[in-house]
Design a protein around this ligand. Structure first.
Ligand SMILES: Cc1cc2nc3c(=O)[nH]c(=O)nc-3n(C[C@H](O)[C@H](O)[C@H](O)COP(=O)(O)O)c2cc1C
Length: 229
């Protein structure tokens, strides 16, 4: 009898504690918090997407900081789109900002015909004084805030396509890690990065990477993985 009363007291105590607070509800509260945290992460992502369209906001800077331990910029020139595609993959994977080098007089397909001795590229190739190609802009907003600069170009006659020259000559790379990358039909990156480094004289230039003109996401990600991204 005494045991029965004792059992009733214990049962009553359990009911008093559990019913108002909800023991079962408590056991779910971890995932509810996680979900609300997930949904706030989704909101953060939306916010980030809005930020990246407006570029250079504080949120954008924080986003870059998280990934690389510093802000990343991807600068590129591309005449026919191959280097552009790789630059965009790098920008996506590193959450880096992107800056396209656009010649004031863009290259037409006739200009790019290296088989024609009279074409623009052939003349520029044969006469180095013609390789100072004016760009729409060589000035990047908040340049000083970037720690890592990827710089991309197509290979032309074994070297970096010269529209990138004006950009590297007109900027100070002191304190920055500079990582060249290129696309080509078959040539390797060769001395193209070293030659750019000589033009600049500042920055911690890395050896860089060559990609095929049709480089895949995986090609780019594998390389970035080696770099610690
Ligand atoms: C003027 C000119 C010269 C080129 N010279 C080379 C070369 O020396 N070696 C090579 O492998 N590819 C060469 N190519 C091919 C380009 O490097 C290749 O198609 C590159 O991916 C183009 O990049 P883009 O689409 O970003 O301009 C040359 C292309 C052009 C237009």
């Amino acid at each position: 009898m005494k045991i029965k009363r004792l059992f009733s007291i214990i049962l009553m105590s359990v009911l008093i504690i559990c019913v108002p607070t909800g023991c079962a509800a408590n056991s779910n509260s971890g995932s509810a918090v996680q979900n609300s945290s997930t949904s706030s992460t989704a909101q953060d992502k939306d916010q980030t997407a809005t930020d990246s369209s407006s570029k250079s906001t504080t949120s954008e800077q924080n986003k870059n900081d998280k990934v690389s331990g510093g802000k990343t910029l991807v600068v590129y020139f591309s005449a026919t789109g191959s280097t552009k595609a790789v630059a965009e993959k790098i920008s996506d994977a590193t959450n880096g900002d992107i800056f396209e080098l656009v010649p004031q007089t863009p290259y037409t397909s006739e200009d790019l015909d290296w088989n024609n001795t009279e074409s623009r590229v052939t003349k520029e190739h044969e006469d180095e004084s013609k390789r100072d190609v004016a760009l729409n802009s060589t000035s990047v907003d908040n340049w000083d805030s970037y720690d890592t600069v990827f710089i991309g170009y197509p290979i032309w006659w074994g070297i970096a396509a010269w529209p990138v020259n004006s950009f590297v000559k007109e900027n100070d790379f002191s304190g920055k890690t500079v990582i060249p990358f290129c696309t080509s039909a078959s040539s390797d990156i060769g001395d193209s990065g070293s030659l750019l480094k000589e033009m600049v004289g500042t920055g911690n230039w890395q050896s860089g990477q060559r990609f095929a003109s049709n480089a895949s996401d995986d090609d780019v990600k594998a390389w970035l993985g080696q770099l610690g991204y």
